[in-house]
Design a protein around this ligand. Structure first.
Ligand code: NDP
Length: 247
């Protein structure tokens, strides 16, 4: 489905794959200019070429959300940003007793501090844009924010933090006209679980999700297109999106 996002300019983090990539495509098809932000430049170039080939506008922007980056190329290409979709994230699950402090640091730096860095970077744009039209901050959290599961302690903690952060940011940004939406997907078919550094846990995944038909990244992207194309006075603060068969 396309939504009306003409005259909008979005930065989508995590755009190299999965939910971020699908969201970038969906927003571009709805008429938005999209900045594709992730680390893998080759993936971003390929995606940008695909979007351009179908008549959309995309800027590949290779950056790491755990580090500061220069936004000059974004301003030069597209000017002011009025939508930020924070989809960059990593899910590195392992038993807590394995003390994978390296993984904890990566998840905290990417899922929480990285999201904060990107949000802080574009916050002045969003606030300014909100004076003239819609402005959106969309944070991709997870139903993991509310789950208590073995091996998920730190991942779930980062997502609980994102969910709570979104709700609190909304109290400051909403009155300034910036919509804040926290999206909590259930299981989505993406590359997310490919980074799990534990063959035993990876082998167990199919059994954990037996009977569940995962959402496609495109289905989540369509919801984000809907959320951001609503009349500017209408905000969905919290959107949980799950496969029908997942409880
Ligand atoms: P993917 O692994 O396919 O996508 C993750 C994206 O994040 C990639 O584009 C990756 O690109 C990017 N990324 C990772 N680290 C960084 C970094 N340091 N800087 C910039 N970009 C980075 O998985 P999903 O699409 O599933 O994940 C997207 C979001 O959705 C995540 O926040 C995840 O937690 C959340 N989510 C996913 C669910 C699922 O079942 N799949 C369920 C609930 C939530 P690159 O490596 O090139 O940087």
């Amino acid at each position: 489905t396309t939504h009306d996002l003409s005259n909008r300019t979005a930065v989508v983090t995590g755009a190299a794959s999965g939910i971020g990539a699908a969201t970038a495509v969906a927003l571009a098809r709805s008429g938005a200019k999209v900045v594709l932000l992730a680390r893998r430049a080759d993936r971003l170039a390929e995606l940008a070429a695909g979007i351009t080939a179908e008549g959309g506008q995309a800027l590949p922007f290779a950056a790491d959300v755990t580090r500061d980056f220069d936004t000059a190329p974004i301003r030069d290409a597209f000017g002011r940003v009025d939508m930020v979709v924070n989809a960059a994230g990593v899910m590195l699950v392992n038993p807590f007793t394995d003390s994978r402090t390296d993984e904890w640091a990566r998840m905290l730096d990417t899922n929480l501090a990285g999201l904060l860095r990107v949000t802080d970077t574009f916050r002045p744009d969003l606030v300014e844009a909100a004076q003239e039209g819609p402005a959106d901050l969309v944070n991709v959290s997870s139903i993991g924010a509310h789950l208590t599961l073995p091996t998920f302690a730190v991942y779930s903690a980062t997502k609980a933090a994102v969910t709570h952060l979104s709700a609190n940011l909304r109290t400051e940004l909403g009155p300034l006209g910036v919509r804040v939406t926290n999206v909590e997907p259930g299981v989505v078919d993406t590359e997310l679980s490919q980074h799990i550094d534990n063959p035993e846990l990876v082998a167990q995944l199919p059994a954990v999700f037996a009977g569940v038909q995962p959402l496609s990244a495109e289905e989540v992207a369509d919801a984000i297109g809907y959320i951001t194309s609503l009349p500017r006075n209408v905000n969905l603060p919290q959107v949980v999106i799950q496969p029908t068969s997942q409880f």
